[in-house]
Design a binder for this molecule. Structure first.
Ligand code: AVI
Length: 343
């Protein structure tokens, strides 16, 4: 059985203009402790910050702009792959499925799926931001009646149980798109994939977008765009610290760097200090040497076989892989091999 049942999270209702009330499962995720995580990361040697700290309001807007860039092929290639294979993807989901989307954000690709699925029973967006969930529910609600929208406010990397749809569902299918899995280190990706498997019953499905290894030049262009949007996205972390923590970063003293580390098959994004200087962050004085780096993000690039092995070890049977015509990006379909537990 899928881990439905009463949500462990506190239930409450989102009021919408279209269909009255929508049941929200609220796991009350602890908001990012930006101050603690930022200072702890800058005290580590070498300095490293978790990439989730990028996404304040301005950072999220910059990321949306990155997705529109010519050089940033990932979004385009994934959308093309989904569109070109949507009939087969919908058939694999089967009738009456429950569509689950961890990190749903603005649910931008959801319509493409919902437009093709056969009488889906429920859509379960999972996001840490109630505002995102609310606007996704608002925009979709009513258009796909009688689809039930069951938003879950949670940190999807933490234990959670899925809400129970009112009607008897077919299969649970999880969509984890955008190559967000690439921002996890492989050991973290394995833990996360195992966690998703535990939401599912054997035979349930996972569709996951995974960026692929390619030439250093193409990767370099994608993460060092000509308009400097990725640089602004990276530097916005320091701007955020100035705004939220009263830090005194001078942004011109840092530069954006994104290099492809072939040994680890990952883009490593950094902020590099141009000179030796000190910065005060929330009353703490922090030292930066000339050329010293803060690692701000890893973005792993996989070979399809390597990713299949990683997923197989985490309880997922590889079934089907589609790519764009250049074979730069992959959408992978797996079925759950194991009976899950409740986490
Ligand atoms: C969200 N994630 C998949 C993006 C990536 O490509 O790793 C984040 C990003 N960083 C720089 N550009 C885009």
């Amino acid at each position: 059985m899928a881990v439905y049942g009463n949500p462990a999270g506190r239930g409450c209702f989102l009021k919408t203009e279209v269909c009255g009330e929508i049941r929200l499962s609220d796991f009350e995720p602890t908001p990012d402790n930006f101050k603690a995580e930022f200072i702890a990361g800058l005290k580590r040697r070498p300095k490293i910050l978790p990439c989730k700290l990028f996404y304040d309001e301005h950072g999220s807007r910059l990321f949306d702009q990155i997705c529109q860039l010519d050089e940033y092929y990932l979004t385009r290639a994934e959308t093309e792959t989904l569109r070109n294979n949507i009939t087969e993807i919908a058939a694999l989901c089967g009738p009456g499925c429950v569509l689950v989307e961890p990190g749903s954000g603005s649910s931008s690709k959801t319509r493409l799926l919902l437009d093709h699925l056969e009488r889906p029973v429920a859509y379960v967006p999972i996001d840490i931001s109630q505002a995102h969930l609310f606007s996704a529910a608002q925009t979709l609600n009513g258009d796909y009646f009688p689809l039930e929208i069951l938003p879950v406010c949670a940190d999807y990397t933490q234990p959670l149980t899925l809400p129970t749809p009112a009607r008897k569902p077919g299969r649970t299918v999880v969509f984890f798109l955008g190559s967000t899995i690439g921002n996890f280190e492989p050991w973290q990706a394995a833990i996360f994939l195992r966690r998703i498997a535990n939401w599912c019953k054997p035979g349930d499905g996972l569709f996951i977008g995974v960026d692929l290894q390619k030439s250093r030049e193409l990767l370099h262009m994608a993460y060092n765009d000509a308009k400097g949007i990725t640089a602004a996205f990276n530097l916005n972390l320091l701007q955020r610290a100035n705004a939220e923590l009263g830090a005194d970063f001078v942004l011109e003293r840092f530069r954006h760097e994104a290099i492809y580390d072939e040994a680890h098959s990952r883009i490593e994004m950094r902020l590099v200090s141009r000179c030796q200087h000190q910065v005060v962050v929330a009353g703490e004085q922090l030292e930066f040497g000339e050329g010293e780096r803060i690692t701000t993000e890893y973005s792993y690039k996989y070979r399809i076989e390597t990713f299949h092995e990683l997923a197989a070890a985490a309880g997922w049977q590889p079934e089907r892989t589609w790519t764009d015509k250049e074979r730069w990006f992959s959408v992978n379909y797996f079925t759950s091999k194991q009976k899950g537990d409740s986490t």
